[in-house]
Ligand binder design. Structure first.
Ligand SMILES: Nc1ncnc2c1ncn2[C@@H]1O[C@H](COP(=O)(O)OP(=O)(O)OP(=O)(O)O)[C@@H](O)[C@H]1O
Length: 228
């Protein structure tokens, strides 16, 4: 099968400098991810899973090497163009949901559209439709603290997808959920891959087993262990 490439990482070196101490995370990592696939990123704590997502989103810049995302070489973009690229192409889901606490679910989902300049009326209508589609229509006017963890994560996914990004990055999206809620959230993420490329970090083997590909990240090594 000839698939387009969504992410290409070539000979990437990444280190963090904290005072006098330097942490080398990647020393020549390479990886290719096909479009419209779900890739699980697994590996030990501290191995570099979040760092890999940060490279792909441009939040972390490599010391050396190429990070090409959706055909764009990220090192060619300055911070402002990188922020535009991210807003247009990348959705994020985090383990801790990161919903804004004092606004309701519909407004949380509408936020990326409001930030992109859409009218409040149109943004909230689209957000309410998105919540309907994932079975949370009746919760649209609830604030995050009035929702279960699984419901909050579904709201966070709706928010990440509201701009229809080509790439969805999820960092331990099921890590703080019970098994049943985790299954619902994972299904939502998997379904979303029909229209986009999904990368998710996970400690959970059963989550990784549902992905198309599994990438193992250990200190200094990034490698495809299964899949496309
Ligand atoms: N901002 C930073 N400054 C210094 N070191 C950092 C920074 N961010 C991450 N590191 C270090 O880089 C290495 C990789 O961290 P990273 O968070 O990418 O790992 P991870 O696989 O996602 O870990 P976990 O599963 O525990 O979340 C670790 O040794 C970590 O301590």
């Amino acid at each position: 099968m000839n698939m387009a490439i969504a992410v290409e990482i070539r000979n990437v070196h990444l280190s963090y400098n904290t005072g006098r101490k330097r942490v080398d995370v990647f020393s020549g990592a390479s990886l290719t991810i096909s479009e419209h696939t779900v890739t699980a990123i697994v590996g030990p704590s501290g191995g570099g899973k979040s760092s890999l997502l940060n490279l792909v989103s441009g939040i972390a810049r490599p010391d050396q090497g190429v990070v090409n995302v959706l055909g764009t070489e990220l090192s060619a973009l300055d911070d402002s163009h990188l922020a535009d690229f991210r807003a247009a192409n990348v959705g994020f889901v985090f383990q801790a949901f990161h919903l804004v606490p004092h606004i309701d679910a519909a407004t949380n989902v509408a936020l990326p559209l409001l930030l992109a300049g859409e009218s409040r009326r149109s943004a909230v209508r689209q957000a309410s439709d998105a919540l309907d589609r994932i079975g949370l229509g009746a919760r649209a006017s609830h604030r995050p603290y009035q929702l279960s963890g699984g419901e909050q994560q579904r709201v966070a996914i709706a928010r990440a997808l509201i701009t229809n990004p080509r790439l969805l990055l999820a960092d331990e999206p099921t890590g703080s959920l019970d098994e049943q809620s985790a299954d619902v959230v994972l299904d939502l993420l998997l379904q979303s891959a029909t229209d986009r490329t999904v990368l998710l970090c996970t400690h959970d083997e059963s989550v990784a087993a549902k992905a198309n590909s599994v990438v193992r990240v250990t200190q200094d090594q990034v490698g495809l262990v299964a899949g496309l």
